[in-house]
Design a protein around this ligand. Structure first.
Ligand code: MCA
Ligand code: AMP
Length: 505
């Protein structure tokens, strides 16, 4: 029997009394206690009838129990499908339906809205609240502290992570055991993680960054995490003395730099700060170095590929670059039209291949074929170049994507909602620079002839349909959208025109 993801990340810590999670109040969850809890949850999942390969959708607050649910899924061979806690019931409905999830685990506050959803789709429903209580844990309490780990191969799916798309329809990225394990192992080596490390964990655990990059690297070494429910400057400053490393999105670092308490003395004991999920401005990198003496290590990844590149641990961590392809990962810059590799220094589409690259989109073979080439290269949709020192620079995006505070937002999804509103003829959603979130969402509306769309009513409708982080922070009404001769909306013109809405004082 084998389950290398479970055995390597979790199983080998069985009975280990060393701390795995350090909570804000200073209390600790040992590896042994964490694994026993995961085994009880796995036992409960099996008792509910879940079998290896079944999908479990979880929309739950960050807690030790929520992380144990991830471990339980790996142990039981159940495919883990974590969902952003900000998603509305209608967004969750799509994920449950598309994935065919056998069990939905949600906060008890969502029980009324999700009961009909689960019932309609034939899924079971269980609750897990932020304080670690709920029907999931009540069921788990009756189970034993050990569980017969399900047999899984490296190609078997470990997780299904949904990423939005340019058509407005989210796609489930199928991540295998080997995808996750290979990436964790390479990052441990590249970033020199050891069991002495204590990682300050303030990221959400429903995305690759917080769930896999941070957590799996810690698990792979037997280190510990200061496990915070969310990013909050005061809490991070208070907890930093316990940590040796921290992973963040750029917004974490700009918020810390805005606080004068964050200085060289506060970070002297730290070994490593990493950044990713969104571009780190060179200016932020330089301010951080000047203030603390630490060079943030920037890396580049995607839900579909885990981590692709990293600045070096030893050697220059260059601002404005994402470093080199990780060992085992091939990266090339290609002509977007032909797919042919371009010479060094030229800007093109970034393509990657390696054990980190996902298995395709869940039940969407056509979408998979559009982005994953037959030879295994994945077309990232990011535009970049390799500079004369071999560092990869991301210079833009071929895909219509906004990244706000590290969350991806596909304009099409918002445009579909705006287009449906009374008095709106058409819309264009753009990302504009934002001092806190990096980018933020602006909706441009064209009224139907003689109509005056009600912006407030439109925002109310958007709130019912879309997670808060996707809401336009401003709606603008124009007589018409700029278009090129082919009739395509020229979003670059809109971005130029409205680009300083949030950055001018
Ligand atoms: C919260 N809000 C946001 C965002 N987060 N709006 C836009 N963009 C966001 N990212 C909403 C809140 O609901 C709130 O709404 C208002 O904005 C202000 O909230 P605030 O208190 O400032 O936000 P926060 O709770 O402090 O959260 C900001 C955050 C958080 C800490 C930056 O968004 C975060 O943890 N981001 C990390 C995302 C991440 O892990 N990405 C990794 C993706 P209201 O106005 O109603 O109060 S994985 C990935 O991309 C790849 C694989 C990779 O390379 O890692
Ligand atoms: P996601 O689909 O949430 O996994 O987001 C992946 C996208 O985030 C990538 O395709 C990039 O556009 C962006 N991204 C991740 N890391 C970086 C980075 N260090 N610099 C610039 N963009 C990044």
């Amino acid at each position: 029997m084998a389950n290398s993801l479970y055995d390597t990340l979790f199983g080998r810590h069985a009975g280990n009394p060393a701390p795995f999670l350090i909570l804000p109040d200073g209390s600790e969850v040992s590896y042994a206690a964490f694994l026993a809890q995961a085994a009880r949850i796995a036992g409960h999942l099996a008792a509910l009838g879940l079998k290896p390969g079944d999908r479990l959708a979880a929309q739950v607050a960050k807690s030790p129990e929520a992380l144990a649910l991830y471990a339980a899924c790996v142990q039981a061979g159940v495919v883990f499908l974590p969902l952003n806690t900000a998603y509305t019931a209608s967004e969750v409905t799509y994920f449950v339906e598309n994935s065919g999830a056998a069990l939905v685990v949600c906060d008890s506050a969502a029980i009324d809205s999700l009961t009909p959803v689960a019932a309609g789709l034939g899924a079971q429903l269980a609750t897990l609240d932020a304080d670690g209580t709920g029907s999931l844990m009540a069921g788990a309490a009756g189970q034993g502290d050990t569980f017969a780990t399900a047999d899984r191969s490296g190609d078997d799916l470990a997780a299904l992570l949904y990423t939005s798309g340019t058509t407005g329809r989210s796609k489930g990225a199928m991540l295998s055991q080997e995808n996750l394990l290979s990436n964790a192992e390479v990052l441990v080596r590249e970033w020199r993680f050891t069991e002495s490390d204590v990682l300050l964990h303030a990221l959400p655990i429903f995305h690759t960054h917080g769930l896999f990059v941070a957590t799996n690297v810690t698990l792979a070494t037997g280190g510990a995490m200061v496990f915070l429910p969310k990013f909050d400057v005061d809490t991070v400053l208070a907890q930093l003395p316990r940590a040796t490393t921290m992973m963040g999105v750029p917004t974490f670092y700009t918020r810390l730099l805005d606080d004068p308490r964050f200085d060289a003395a506060a970070t002297r004991h730290m070994r490593l700060f990493t950044s990713g999920s969104a571009p780190l401005l060179a200016e932020t990198h330089d301010r951080f170095s000047a203030r603390t003496g630490h060079a943030i290590l920037e890396r580049y990844g995607m839900t579909e590929t885990n981590m692709n590149t990293s600045n070096p641990y030893d050697g220059a961590r260059r601002a404005g670059t994402v470093g080199f392809a990780l060992p085992g990962v091939e990266l090339k810059i290609c002509d977007p039209a032909t797919g042919a590799a371009l010479p060094q220094g030229e800007v093109g589409q970034i393509e990657v291949r390696g054990p980190n690259v996902f298995q395709g989109y869940w039940q969407m073979p056509e979408k998979t074929a559009e982005e994953l080439r037959a030879d295994g290269f994945f077309i990232t949709g990011d535009l970049g170049l390799i500079d004369d020192q071999g560092y990869v620079q991301i210079v833009g995006r071929g895909k219509d994507l906004i990244i706000s505070g590290g969350y991806n937002i596909y304009p099409k999804e918002i445009e579909l909602v705006l287009d449906d509103q009374p008095g709106v003829l058409e819309s264009a959603v753009i990302g504009v620079p934002h001092p806190d979130f990096g980018e933020t969402v602006v909706g441009v509306l064209v009224p139907e002839p003689g109509m005056a769309p009600d912006k407030e009513a439109i925002m109310t409708a958007a709130a019912a349909a879309l997670a808060r982080f996707k809401h336009p922070r401003k709606l603008i009404i124009l007589d018409e959208l700029p278009r090129n001769t082919m009739g395509k909306v020229q979003k670059n013109i809109l971005r130029d025109r409205f680009g300083d809405l949030f950055t001018t004082q």
